[in-house]
Design a protein around this ligand. Structure first.
Ligand code: GLN
Length: 514
């Protein structure tokens, strides 16, 4: 059988339809690769379920009733509830929890024909930037197992990079699709807030949480995103009432010599805005302003260099580069960590030992039961956010913190709109550094927060954004470039990413031994 574990989603889908190999053969190959749980990427595997789904796919292919992605395997971040696999959200609070239903995103991918390989490790309740906050142990980076894979969708990124799955779902509240994708050398996209249903996603910060695909190319992400999105108005009150699209539709257009020379507004050159605050040469993001007690080095020079090279590459594809400004974006760290903590403190109140999940074995009365259950079930980072969230929402501090944060959130969104008056997409780094060593920042929450400086602004504004591999930095670790589009411009964003991947091979690089 062909080298199926190295095939893309597009290649697998075509090969399956063509009966070059069967869905059972493909599933068997991937299941074999997950043996011994490399990188601690998986939290649950159930080969019986997977093989039964693959068999059903083979039957559909034979009957001519196959879905567009029939038989192609995918693994899900353990934030999506699934009825055939345990769902833990990376927390002890939900050890062995089994949902009675599938998340909408999971059922949509099943409807498209995808076979579920299992559930992927993640930071507890998706809170983290390194995947060191999982109650089930850290995930390691396939490019260097002494390094973190990024978070919170670290299991998803590691699984795709190590060819344990051709694709995975992730969720992005403040960067958790883009940053681990960047750190593991893969491609990921977070759509416009509201595009993908949040129904069945264990809630962290509801006004920010959004699902998206993580795969090896923009082409694959487009196929997956087309299957994942769509209105779910009855079950998600923030679901957008816009018809789903074929996000691959621009990819097939003839490339020509300079494919981006006519891809902009009004058929002119695509204008790529690079925020002057984000790249070397302009004024650097003022990290120290938010953590005066700490010295930070700003953006790593190797990261800046890779981004500049990628931008130059875009120019050769016919794009025009314009400098834009996002003056309020550097406030996104304090704003995000107030807003997300506030929402988390409310969302996580449901884990009280009464309705589901862990319950303390011994307690004296109801209040004691709550207290012991939550003390035992939640990890440190989750507790920290619940405390910060309760504080910023409390009487007397609400106006000073939460309300202020909401106002600045709006200003950040407005900055993007001003920038998009001058350009079609915005490009910049995903993270200021390459992946750091496991343990290096494990005891330093603020150091983790600072690493989110470039991903938080688009999340706060609800904009579609993605990460594509653009080369390697210090110690040979992957560097990702972030592309941000205006609302509902995913098709364009994916086209811009795809054009780069047509003429470069960073996205095809594999970690040693894979
Ligand atoms: N790193 C950010 C946090 O810890 C983002 C997490 C996410 O996007 N889920 O909250």
């Amino acid at each position: 059988m062909a080298d199926v574990h190295n095939m893309t989603v597009a290649e697998l889908a075509a090969g399956l339809q063509n009966k070059d190999f069967s869905a059972v053969e493909v599933a068997t190959r991937f299941l074999a690769r997950t043996g011994g749980n490399p990188h601690n990427a998986f939290l649950d595997i159930n080969s019986e379920v997977t093989l039964a789904q693959a068999q059903a796919s083979d039957a559909k292919i034979a009957a001519g009733t196959a879905g567009p992605l029939e038989g192609v395997p995918i693994a899900h971040k353990d934030i999506f509830v699934t009825k055939d696999f345990a769902t833990t959200a990376g927390s002890k609070m939900l050890t062995d929890y089994r949902s009675p239903f599938d998340a909408t995103v999971v059922s949509k991918l099943r409807e498209a024909g995808m076979v579920t390989l299992g559930k992927l490790n993640c930071d507890e309740f998706a809170m983290g930037s390194a995947n060191e906050n999982s109650a089930y142990g850290a995930v390691t980076n396939p490019w260097d197992t002494t390094c973190i894979p990024g978070g919170s969708s670290g299991g998803s990124a590691a699984a795709v990079a190590a060819r344990l799955a051709p694709a995975a779902t992730g969720t992005d509240t403040g960067g958790s699709i883009r940053q681990p994708a960047a750190f593991c050398g893969i491609t990921g996209i977070k759509p416009t807030y509201g595009r993908a249903s949040r129904y069945g996603m264990v809630a962290f910060a509801s006004s920010l949480d959004q699902a998206g695909p993580m795969a090896r190319s923009a082409e694959d992400c487009a196929l997956l995103l087309s299957a994942m999105c769509g209105p779910d108005l009855d079950r998600d009150s923030t679901s957008l009432n816009v018809k789903n699209e074929d996000f691959s539709r621009l990819l097939a257009k003839p490339a020509g010599d300079k494919p981006l020379a006519t891809a902009g507004k009004d058929g002119g050159p695509l204008k790529i805005g690079h925020p002057r605050e984000w790249l070397g040469g302009g004024s650097q993001v003022d990290f120290d302003r938010h953590a005066p007690a700490r010295r930070s080095e700003g953006t790593n020079p190797q990261v800046n260099k890779r981004i500049e090279e990628a931008l130059a590459h875009y120019k050769s594809l016919g794009a025009e580069l314009v400098e834009v400004s996002l003056p309020q974006a550097q406030l996104s760290i304090p704003v995000y960590y107030i807003v997300c903590a506030a929402e988390a403190s409310s969302n996580l109140s449901r884990f009280d030992g009464v309705k589901f999940g862990h319950r303390a074995k011994e307690f004296t009365d109801l209040a004691d039961m709550y207290q012991r259950t939550r003390s035992e079930g939640f990890g440190d980072e989750v507790k920290r956010r619940i405390m910060i969230g309760s504080y910023v929402l409390s009487h007397g501090y609400y106006d000073a913190y939460y309300l202020q944060a909401q106002k600045i959130r709006r200003m950040i969104a407005n900055d993007f709109q001003a920038a998009f008056a001058q350009c079609d997409v915005i490009a910049g780094p995903v993270a200021p550094t390459t992946p750091w060593k496991l343990g290096d920042k494990a005891d330093d929450p603020v150091a983790n927060y600072l690493a989110d400086i470039f991903t938080l602004p688009a999340s706060l504004a609800g904009l579609p954004c993605m990460s594509i591999p653009v080369g390697f930095g210090d110690m040979g670790m992957p560097v990702g470039m972030q592309l941000i589009g205006n609302y509902l411009q995913e098709a364009q964003l994916l086209n811009v990413a795809h054009r780069f991947q047509q003429v470069t091979n960073f996205h095809e690089a594999r970690p040693e031994g894979v």
